[in-house]
Design a protein around this ligand. Structure first.
Ligand code: FAD
Ligand code: NAD
Length: 478
């Protein structure tokens, strides 16, 4: 086997493996390096997303929602269920099966596309050489015309609450508790805190989330964040804002968390604590000092809008570069880079990357929110519509939340959509398509939406922007 490839990708997460597949589809000889190995010493493909992120968390979100529905929401449908039981080991086995099916699927795709998978830690050296160190410490040298860095991210730790992997865990630990905690503490009311906090709350844990910021979900549209906070409180999530954790004391059975809030000091005792305060790029030892690649003070690799680093022929994609840490953002960067390596002028429209919190109901957004438009001095209009006035939402008993669409007051072009409510992720995806096609609110108004669907809330929100909503009384929206 030659040690030279047209493309070497370092890291097999959704950014790296998707990039490698697209490179191979374009006829480029491609190698993919992965440092993690599975129980049989084969490369553990799929990165954070498939192994300890998007997929296992959604498997547990789905299982826990079914449990909560069966326990609490079937009676109103006239359905009685006795003796609902919970088998956590079985739930975990199901989750692990899904993960191995998908990681196995990635291995199959890489093989089918004739991608060389190399096991070990890759480090970029000067001149697009790549040093590979395998699990036994053996070193081999490879070279490539193009190198794509896709080494992903890892959880941030905070000094007052060191992870011990038992009482105090990060998101990975929180995906494999062997029993439902009676009292669960979570530090950080971000995406992970809300999703994994919801999983264990639905399964019966009393969940307290300690958030340092005074504002809940500050990156979300304020109205949607407020509405979400109300819904989560109704579900029993105890979210305490302005809570600064000062220390953690661990005993074999419990963990006591000290935090300050305003002028007061508090303590809370839990049987488990999840630390979910963000993730940081994994760029230690990824490249040598003379490789030509550099990072900002937080470790994000400097790239231009096309994910090219400062070193010729070296690219970086996914969680290690600026922008939201989202699997779909990284994958599309991977595709763009593959196309660019092949000589096409591919681009990525960062304005329309959706973000979703997979709580129940979901919270989802794309484009600009109201506070951003105000700050930019844009003259905009707003259309909102509550799910409570949607027939399908009533029929499903999913009446919490609303759809909100913001558009340019002059041109009518859609600038963003913000949803908390049933199928929020899929509804926002409709607006992603609309925005990508530079659609206006009027375009949505003129479209026919199936009845009865949740999508009708999108139609009505577009109509509401011009005071034309049918199924509610139209009032000024801002
Ligand atoms: P990663 O997926 O982190 O993959 C990087 C890979 O590179 C890893 O396999 C790593 O072992 C390997 N690697 C690192 N260094 C080297 C090296 N030197 N040599 C060889 N290999 C190396 N995002 C969403 O969009 N939707 C979700 O629902 C979602 N849910 C999430 C839930 C949780 C609990 C977590 C933790 C994250 C979630 N995310 C979600 C975020 C998502 O997982 C990441 O944005 C995504 O995985 C980043 O992809 P990536 O390819 O950049 O990096
Ligand atoms: P996050 O940035 O979403 O939230 C972290 C929260 O912790 C913030 O609200 C922050 O103010 C708070 N915080 C920080 N330090 C604190 C402290 N000392 N005490 C109390 N609170 C503190 O980060 P996350 O939830 O860890 O998730 C990491 C990343 O993973 C996200 O940015 C997201 O991109 C990705 N992710 C995405 C999804 C999804 O797309 N559904 C799901 C999970 C994770």
């Amino acid at each position: 086997m030659s040690n030279h490839f047209e493309v070497i990708v370092i890291g097999s997460g959704p950014a790296g493996y998707v990039c490698a597949i697209r490179c191979a589809q374009l006829g480029l000889s491609t190698a993919l390096i992965e440092k993690e190995t599975d129980a049989s010493d084969k490369p553990q493909l799929g990165g954070t997303c498939l192994n300890v992120g998007c997929i296992p968390s959604k498997a547990l979100l789905d299982s826990s929602q079914r449990y909560a529905d069966t326990k609490s929401h079937l009676a109103e449908h006239g359905i009685g269920v006795n003796d609902v039981t919970l088998n956590i080991p079985e739930m975990m086995t199901r989750k692990e099966k899904i993960v191995s099916q998908l990681t196995g699927g990635v291995a199959g795709l890489l093989k089918h596309n004739k991608i060389t998978v190399l096991s070990g830690a890759g480090q970029l050296l000067a001149g697009r050489q790549v040093e590979l160190t395998d699990a036994e410490g053996q070193v081999a040298l490879y070279s490539a015309d193009n190198v794509v860095l896709a080494s992903g991210s890892e959880p941030v730790e905070i000094p007052p609450a060191p992870i011990d992997g038992d009482r105090v865990v990060d998101s990975t630990g929180a995906l494999c508790f062997d029993a439902v905690p009676t009292r669960l503490g979570v530090i950080g009311a971000g995406v992970i805190g809300l999703e994994l906090g919801s999983v264990w709350a639905r399964l019966g844990a009393e969940v307290v989330i300690l958030e340092a910021m005074e504002q809940f979900l500050p990156a979300m549209d304020e109205q949607i964040a407020k509405e979400s906070a109300k819904i989560f409180a109704k579900q029993g999530l105890d979210i305490r804002l302005g809570a600064r954790v000062t220390g953690v004391e661990v005993t074999p059975e419990q963990v006591t968390v000290g935090y300050s809030s305003g002028d007061a000091e508090h303590t809370e005792t839990f049987d488990r604590l999840i630390v979910a305060v963000g993730r940081r790029p994994r760029t230690d030892k990824l490249f040598s000092g003379d490789s030509g690649v550099s990072t900002d003070e937080r470790g994000f690799v400097f790239v231009n809008e096309h994910c090219a680093t400062e070193a010729p022929g070296v690219w970086a994609v996914g969680d290690i570069v600026r922008g939201p840490m989202l699997a779909h953002k990284g994958s599309e960067e991977g595709v763009m880079v593959a196309e660019r390596i092949h000589g096409k002028a591919a681009q990525l429209n960062y304005e329309v990357v959706p973000s979703i919190i997979y709580t129940h109901p979901e919270v989802a957004a794309v484009g600009k929110n109201e506070q951003e438009l105000k700050a930019e001095g844009v003259d905009y209009k707003v259309g909102t519509f509550p799910f409570a006035a949607i027939g399908r939402a009533q029929a499903s008993g999913e009446t919490d939340g609303l759809v909100k669409i913001v558009s340019d007051a002059d041109s009518d072009q859609i600038l963003g959509a913000h949803v908390v409510g049933p199928s929020a992720a899929d509804l926002v995806q409709q607006i992603v398509i609309a925005m990508e096609m530079a659609a206006s609110t009027e375009d949505l108004q003129l479209m026919v939406f199936g009845h009865p669907t949740m999508s009708e809330a999108v139609h009505e929100a577009a109509l509401a922007a011009d005071g034309r909503a049918i199924h509610m009384v139209n009032r000024p929206q801002r």
